[in-house]
Design a protein around this ligand. Structure first.
Ligand SMILES: [Fe+2]
Length: 254
């Protein structure tokens, strides 16, 4: 049987520079470690880990804790920045294996691209013209690979008034671009601290929960959800389909 690509996504850990830092009632480092421990029991032997932004809560000291938490990983740890990240410090701290910030990788007939939507002094995000044109060239150069695109900000509406004001500025350009490349099978993000799984024009659009506190889906105004920390597992199959599940880590709720 052809090999599949097995991924675990941990999003929005929001770490602080101290191990006891808490965000909205959740101590973020223990919550991240609880999700990692759960994934180790439940989804063994992934090929790579994906960290899709907000690795720290505006505190660059959190990167050292993140590094210490993942540096013994036997598989690559692919990272991208969210609005609460400090990209310069993130790049400086997460240097060398197992870490890779941004970029892309190819495995098992799949191309996975880590996009950067960080925008200075903004909760929302943007890809920008040069990254969109690089993505276009990458997709044009790999017509025979299935593609998963990862980013921090949501490129489709979450049906949540406050969140939809802080999504991806150039979502229309991004969606128009990927519509021209049928090998794009999935788009995956964090930022919204909740789960979404939607098919649009043959592409699977997936939002994933945070490894800490969650936001209430479809809420007009900011509201917390009582769901516990979560993570997503994905198996990218050789035929271009995606088997995926969001896992909620019970017993870690505040
Ligand atoms: Fe976040």
């Amino acid at each position: 049987m052809a090999k599949s690509l097995r991924l675990v996504q941990f999003s929005d850990p929001h770490l602080f520079g101290t191990a006891d830092g808490a965000l909205r009632g959740v101590a973020t480092l223990p919550a991240l470690k609880a999700t990692m421990a759960h994934a180790e029991r439940y989804f063994r032997c992934p090929d790579a880990l994906l960290l899709t932004g907000d690795l720290v809560q505006d505190d660059p000291g959190g990167y050292a804790l993140l590094r210490a938490t993942f540096e013994s990983s036997k598989v690559p740890v692919y990272c991208l920045a969210g609005n609460h990240d400090v990209p310069e410090k993130m790049n400086a701290t997460l240097q060398g294996a197992p870490f890779q910030v941004g970029g892309r990788f190819i495995d098992a007939g799949w191309l996975v691209v880590m996009l950067d939507t960080w925008k200075a002094k903004s909760t929302g995000g943007r890809l920008g013209k040069s990254q969109l044109s690089n993505l276009e060239a990458t997709l044009a150069g790999h017509p025979d690979l299935h593609v998963l695109l990862c980013l921090h900000h949501h490129p489709v509406a979450m049906d949540s008034r406050w969140l939809d004001k802080v999504g991806l500025d150039d979502a229309a350009e991004f969606l128009a671009l990927i519509a021209r490349f049928p090998q794009v099978r999935g788009v995956l993000w964090g930022h919204v601290h909740q789960s979404l799984d939607r098919f649009l024009n043959g592409v699977r659009f997936m939002a994933s929960p945070a490894t800490c506190a969650q936001f209430l889906p479809r809420s007009a105004d900011f509201a917390l959800d009582w769901r516990p920390p979560g993570y997503r597992v994905l198996e990218l199959l050789a035929d271009g389909t995606i088997a995926t599940e969001v896992v909620w880590v019970e017993n870690t709720a505040p």
